[in-house]
Design a protein around this ligand. Structure first.
Ligand code: RP5
Length: 162
């Protein structure tokens, strides 16, 4: 059963948003994926947000580029946490989407990650789910241990090459 919904404004967003799917799969999290646009398919977006909690979704990850309204509109229509991923590819390189997503008005937050940082969005979703799942929390701890070990290996390699 899907616990995380990954939604994006266009199928052209999939190459970047796919990183989120990879991370969720790595942690064994059930997810659903869809394409909907706050501007092109506004009714679908509101219906999606209104029904998400009833479908068992706990966290929404929403990626969009340009004048990226999708994460904010979703957040306006649900009490579920929404993680926004600003996407590059526009003439403004994703800064347009970043500002659109991160500058939410007081009262309706979107947890915004870096430009194209879909993997971090998924990790944040896993961390939220891990609050009530000790096995998942241990997987996250192991992930951090492996990450630290890789940095240490890099450090040794750099020192050997000098
Ligand atoms: C946004 O416009 C989408 O999220 C996408 O990043 C961007 C361009 O969409 P397409 O013209 O490729 O469909 O709404």
């Amino acid at each position: 059963m899907a616990q995380v919904a990954v939604i994006m404004g266009s199928d052209s967003d999939l190459p970047v948003m796919g990183k989120a799917l990879d991370v969720l799969a790595e942690f064994g999290i059930g997810y659903e994926v869809s394409v909907a646009s706050a501007h092109r398919t506004p009714d679908k977006v509101t219906e999606f947000a209104h029904s998400a909690a009833d479908r068992g979704i706990a966290v929404i990850i929403a990626g969009a580029g340009m004048a990226a309204a999708l994460p904010g509109v979703l957040a306006a229509h649900t009490l579920l946490p929404v993680i926004g991923v600003p996407l590059s590819g526009s003439a403004l390189g994703g800064t347009d989407a970043l500002y659109s997503i991160v500058q939410m008005p007081p009262g309706v937050p979107v947890a915004t990650v870096g430009i194209d940082a879909a993997g971090n969005a998924a990790l944040l979703a896993v961390q939220i789910l891990a609050l009530n799942n000790s096995a998942l929390a241990e997987k996250l701890a192991e992930y951090r241990r492996q990450m630290a070990a890789k940095v240490e290996q890099s450090s040794q390699k750099v020192q050997e090459e000098l």
